[in-house]
Design a protein around this ligand. Sequence first.
Ligand code: AMP
Ligand code: ZN
Length: 159
Amino acid sequence: MGTSNTKHCIFCEIVHGAGEASICFEDARAMAFMDIQPVNPGHVLIVPREHHDSLNEVPEDLALHLFHVALKLGPVVRRVARSSDLNLVVNSGEAAGQNVFHYHVHLIPRRLGDGFDIPLPFAGSPMPDRTLLDAMAARIISELRDPVRRVTRDTVAVA
Ligand code: AMP
Ligand code: ZN
């Protein structure tokens, strides 16, 4: 089951016991294992057993379950990694920096001065005029309200 599993997928191999991994959590729908190239010790990847390429394809209840697993693992990883801070990261799609196209959530313990960065606010972006922010918010509200034009999660048309 799942979506677009036509190519070789390293995370499917791990899920099916054919790939080497250091597994730290398993249940009926999800697994978590140590990232092979951790930002910091304790960097965990949470993956669905079922193959889905990216967040666009993951069924909502499964996406919520993975987040639930992340919430369960977060305090444990922080304790084990002796780190009070963490990033939960999802890279969904090539332009967003996804490299392994089996949906996954990164749980990354963080330390001051570790050199890793998700630079927000982005220094390359100016702060737009409030009218532009209001206009974008209004467009989103109108799409949410319009049952005809409302797109489903996997039918988003890119203008
Ligand atoms: P992303 O850029 O969000 O797709 O991240 C992919 C992550 O998967 C990277 O942090 C890699 O270090 C990690 N990774 C790739 N192959 C493996 C593997 N065989 N076992 C564990 N982690 C892996
Ligand atoms: Zn897969």
